[in-house]
Every structure is written in structure tokens, then in C-alpha cells.
Design a binder for this molecule. Structure first.
Ligand SMILES: Nc1ncnc2c1ncn2[C@@H]1O[C@H](COP(=O)(O)OP(=O)(O)OP(=O)(O)O)[C@@H](O)[C@H]1O
Ligand SMILES: [Mg+2]
Length: 242
């Protein structure tokens, strides 16, 4: 790993604010989050349930607009981007593994994983070939034609991970990617993320409660109540919370 200090920024947020609802029922999910992720690193975000982790990821990947502050991804200011451009930018540059998988229920594993490639202009044959190879790599090559409901939680999670990786996005964002996996499958997924997504021009952000995977992190950012509390550098990740 080259010197992190000199690495290009993949993501920077400044003073990010986001609230849900209004009046008496307003929830301030993000209360001024300053945060960065650097090219070439795997950054983990940890923190108690409800502290704003999923909200932060959603703003970074552009599926949710912030109320205040700025979010910059590979030099592009998403807070200023029009919806059409934002959708195209996300489709090309961002892969997202959702906490709830979000697989299309009537489509097979192979079809689900082919989607990002089809959206980016691949033919069906090209997309299905790449999707099948990746599904084999995540250990479910024998389930290509299965529907999500015919797969276990851990298998669905691996389909979701393959779908996020298949178009080789520059920014990969994963919300609890190992929550449904046993220790060996979890390690395999992290090894795959490291190999596929941690390149000098790419970055991976992983939200997790799973201390078994902390040793794979280059840095760990701790959130608390809508704010960044601390960022732990290389060397501290191995021992943190384990
Ligand atoms: N769509 C929504 N409408 C209203 N409130 C919401 C919505 N989504 C999230 N919240 C609230 O915003 C706060 C942050 O939620 P968020 O999902 O970002 O937390 P989290 O850190 O990802 O939690 P977990 O670890 O349980 O996934 C919580 O108080 C939550 O109840
Ligand atoms: Mg969450």
C-alpha cells in the first residue's frame, strides 16, 4: 500500500446534513459529517444502529439528496448534479451492495448480476458470460438460474455482491456485506473485494458490525449520532474491537 496521505480522494463530504420527516417527528440522521475515502483503500464505517451509516452511504452514492453540505465523488460534486446526470454517473462509477440485498425477485441470479452491464451497453451474451464467471468466483456457480427466493440469505448476499462488482465500478459501497455469511464465506468476500475493487484508482467503503472482517480495513471510521467520532488508521484496524 502506497502512502495513504498522498493518495487521491475518491470521496469527500463536508458538513453533510440530512433529516427525515418534519415538525415534531423530524429525525436528524446526519448532523454535519466530514469524511473522506481515498483511492486504493478499503475503508470501513462502524457505529451503533441508527447512527446514520446507511443514510451516509445513500448520500455518497447519490440515491439520496443531502439537505446541507457537499459530497464530492472522484472530483464531481453530486450535491449540484442534475438527476439525469447523477443517475448516469452512478450507473458507470458506483456499485452498491444494499443492507436488504434489493435483488429483483422474478429474475434469476444470473439475470440480476447481468443488469449493470446491460445498463452500460453490453450485449446479453457478454453480460451473462461475465455474470456467470463472477457468480462462480463468489461460490454459487451452481445456482445461476435460481430465483432469489430459492436462495439462502448468504447466497442472496453473494449475488448482491457480484451484481455490485460486475461492471468494475470505481467506487464500491457495501452496507453490511457479510451480515448473512459464515466466517469462511465472509473472508472470501472480503478477499474478493480487496482483489477486485482495491486498485489505485478505485475505493471501497464497507459499513459493518462484523469485527471478524476489521483486519481487512485500511482505515476504520467510527460514527456516533449523526457525526464522525474518530478515524482509525492502518495498524489500529487489526486490534480494534476484536
Ligand atoms: N426513510 C426514513 N424515514 C424516517 N427516518 C429514517 C428513514 N431512514 C432512516 N431514518 C432514521 O434515521 C436515523 C439513521 O438511520 P440509518 O438507517 O442511516 O442508520 P444506520 O446507522 O444505518 O443503522 P443500522 O445499523 O441499524 O442499519 C435513524 O434514527 C432512522 O430511524
Ligand atoms: Mg443501516
Amino acid at each position: 500500500m502506497s502512502d495513504l496521505i498522498t493518495q487521491e480522494l475518491a470521496v469527500r463530504t463536508i458538513g453533510l446534513g440530512k433529516s427525515y420527516g418534519k415538525g415534531d417527528s423530524i429525525v436528524h440522521a446526519l448532523k454535519g459529517v466530514d469524511f473522506d475515502a481515498r483511492c486504493g483503500e478499503l475503508l470501513m464505517i462502524v457505529g451503533p444502529s441508527g447512527c446514520g451509516k446507511t443514510t451516509l452511504l445513500s448520500v455518497i452514492c447519490g440515491t439520496l439528496r443531502c439537505d446541507s453540505g457537499t459530497v464530492t465523488v472522484f472530483g464531481e460534486d453530486l450535491s449540484q448534479m442534475r438527476s439525469g446526470k447523477l443517475t448516469a454517473f452512478r450507473g458507470k462509477n458506483v456499485g452498491f451492495v444494499f443492507q436488504q440485498f434489493n435483488l429483483i425477485p422474478t429474475w434469476s441470479a444470473l439475470e440480476n448480476v447481468s443488469v449493470p452491464l446491460l445498463l452500460n451497453g453490453s450485449t446479453q451474451a457478454q453480460a451473462e458470460k461475465a455474470a456467470a464467471e463472477l457468480l462462480k468466483e463468489v461460490g454459487i456457480g451452481e445456482k445461476l438460474r435460481a430465483l432469489p427466493t430459492q436462495l439462502s440469505g448468504g447466497q442472496q448476499q453473494r449475488v448482491a455482491i457480484a451484481r455490485a462488482l460486475v461492471h468494475e465500478p470505481r467506487l464500491l459501497i457495501c452496507d453490511e456485506p457479510t451480515a448473512a455469511l459464515d466466517a469462511a464465506s465472509g473472508r472470501r468476500v472480503l478477499e474478493l473485494l480487496k482483489e477486485r475493487a482495491c486498485r489505485p484508482d478505485r475505493a471501497v467503503i464497507v459499513v459493518t458490525h462484523d469485527s471478524r472482517i476489521f483486519p481487512f480495513a485500511d482505515r476504520i471510521a467510527e460514527m456516533e449520532d449523526g457525526r464522525m467520532k474518530a478515524v482509525h488508521g492502518p495498524g489500529e484496524c487489526q486490534s480494534l474491537y476484536v
